[in-house]
Write a protein of this length. Sequence first.
Length: 261
Amino acid sequence: MEVVIKAGDREVAVVVADAVEQLLADKPDAVLGLATGSSPLAVYDELARRHEAGRISFARARAFMLDEYVGLPADHPERYRNVIERELLSRVDFAPGAVQGPDGLATDLVVAAEDYERAIVEAGGVDLQLLGIGTNGHIAFNEPGSSLASRTRPLPLTEQTRRDNARFFDDDMDAVPRLCMTQGLGTIMAARHLVLVAFGTVKSQAVRELVEGPVSASWPATVMQHHPHATVLLDEAAAAQLERADYYREAWAAKPGWQRL
Ligand code: F6R
């Protein structure tokens, strides 16, 4: 696992956007994995900027979203499909239908989850999966206790996640859905490159467990320690509890220019 510590989210966004730009240059029909929430927003701003500048095109790319709330009306602004439309899709040039998400409005969620798994496989799998991390160590919405081999499925959200996400619902806990559809940890682990971004002191404990703790379903993101190509990009505050922070900084500073993320 490579750990990159930068001053802030803008600096992290440049490094991640470089990796996406390089991927799309090599493979214009690449498959991206998209996260929602606040963590990837600086990355999406940077990608939108580069698209506007003519440096990057998503016209042949496809993408799969990590997760979705169950039960929010189709036009709810916090439905992840609408969030990703607002934060990224409306600003770049994905073809119509090129971006899919788990169907939180399906009448049969289990069948919808199986269909979603199949769609990812039929697309050839995800080349680069962008991830955030919850304060309780979840990735996508795989809450603590999730099987490390789990696949896309409906799952209840923990109280902590609903409390953390209440900020997107006018701080009204009752407005936060209790159920989600999420890619599983096994689904995420099948992506070829995992790129996790985390910012702020509030994430520092989850980041310490992710990078330096034992692999455990109690901190679901720790499964990434088993991935052959995982990159974790942090600001100083999120990195504050890492024991080997100096080593990660030295390794990044010494990284040869030819070596990619
Ligand atoms: C969202 C997702 C979640 C978030 C996590 C952190 O698609 O997969 O795992 O990345 O809850 O949320 P933020 O970035 O809002 O702190």
